[in-house]
Design a protein around this ligand. Structure first.
Ligand code: F3S
Length: 377
């Protein structure tokens, strides 16, 4: 890979060990992927924040890197952590877990990152524009940024996104290149999709059975439905989609290969994702809820206990306005990266296929997957 003189100096340690380590990582990734150079990024989104997912080794890795003096050089936001630090005690999390979680946040803060802790950074000001290069981790935000915003990111890991945040650059390959952003197959939607759970189910089906970049046709999803679709696509290897007439790069897209998604496929996903007939709690907000979604939940007057996951800003805005006692708004964490098992939760209900998939496979919980209206009453 061709490096500028400044990049060579960083690689040789002239700007300190923290930057050297970041540059070594980026050069290694760039060389594996045949990138010819590094390009500047506008922002980074870093995953690997919950103690549940990164454990002791992750804490030590971050603390070491922070001790080397690594500091981010672009706008950098964080993915959800393992608990809501304002509500952990009343919810019953252990002090031991919270102590570990705080060490992780402290390490990121030492690197100059604000603990934003959401997988919807685009809702709290980390909003890249069309064509802008970014270095983001966390599959749902990556798919949303590439597809709905038209920004350009590869599927970074927490570590490579952090290295990009420190250097302010990323290797130039993959989805940063125009020619790699074209649709590779189209999806003919042959059934009515009425809500987020339906879009999420379609994303899960397409993501699990295909690779490449889908071009969806024949439907008009809302922003929230595209958020749900993208998150579910990301449970497979898909990092970008086009939606005919809606997403910014969908114009003039064509693809020879065709896939159909109809009633039968929709039914199949609902059957597959359901492993429990009852749930201890309904969990909504995978990806984190927008204000509109939270208000819609309130309007449905839930008669069952529902935990709504969102960013801190939305919780602050709505916590005193939502009066229904069954609704608990939780911020900075999510049902997948939080150790719900510690709270005695054995099964959850959700309208997110991504949440259903990971809750079953990562947290070993029973899952009821359905449309929101059915889950709340
Ligand atoms: Fe976000 Fe957690 Fe789902 S990070 S996309 S709410 S698994």
């Amino acid at each position: 890979m061709r490096l500028t003189r400044e990049e060579e100096n960083i690689l040789n340690g002239k700007k300190g060990d923290g930057q050297k380590k970041a540059m070594e990582l980026l050069v290694a990734i760039g060389e594996i992927n045949d990138a010819e150079r590094l390009i500047p990024i506008a922002s980074a989104q870093v995953s690997g924040v919950s103690y549940k997912t990164i454990g002791e080794a992750g804490i030590e890795f971050l603390e070491d890197w922070a001790s080397m003096g690594a500091k981010v050089s672009v706008t950098t936001t964080l993915n959800p952590m393992g608990v809501d630090l304002e509500q952990w005690e009343e919810m019953g999390y252990s002090e031991a877990f919270v102590k570990k979680q705080k060490r992780i946040i402290r390490a990121y803060e030492r690197m100059g990152i604000l603990p934003s802790c959401t997988c919807t950074p685009y809702l709290i000001g980390n909003l890249p524009s069309l064509g802008e290069h970014i270095g983001w981790a966390e599959s749902s935000s990556i798919v949303f940024a590439n597809s709905v915003l038209g920004a350009r990111t590869n599927r970074e890991s927490g570590i490579s996104a952090l290295a990009s945040a420190v250097i302010g650059r990323t290797p130039y390959y993959g989805l940063h290149l125009e020619e790699n952003r074209r649709a590779t197959f189209s999806v003919e939607i042959k059934t009515e999709l009425n809500n987020q759970a339906d879009y999420s189910a379609m994303g899960y089906y397409v993501g699990k059975n295909n690779e490449g970049i889908p071009l969806f046709k024949n439907a008009k999803p809302s922003l929230e439905e595209m958020k749900a679709l993208g998150a579910a696509l990301g449970t497979g290897s898909i990092s970008m989609f086009h939606f005919g007439g809606i997403t910014p790069e969908s114009k003039n897209q064509k693809a020879k290969e065709k896939v159909e998604f109809g009633k039968q496929e929709l039914k199949e996903v609902y059957e597959k994702l359901n492993t429990a007939s009852k749930a201890d709690v309904v969990c909504v907000g995978c990806p984190h809820c927008t204000i509109k979604e939270i208000l819609e939940i309130d309007k449905l007057h839930p008669t069952k206990k529902v935990w709504v996951f969102t960013c801190k800003q939305n919780r602050e805005l709505l916590k005193n306005k939502i009066k229904n006692e069954n609704i608990k708004i939780i911020s900075d964490t999510c049902m997948v990266v939080s150790p719900l098992e510690e709270l005695g939760v054995r099964s959850i209900a959700t309208n997110s296929a991504k949440c259903a998939f990971y809750s079953r496979n990562l947290s070993k919980l029973g899952v009821k997957f359905d449309r929101l209206e059915n889950l709340l009453r």
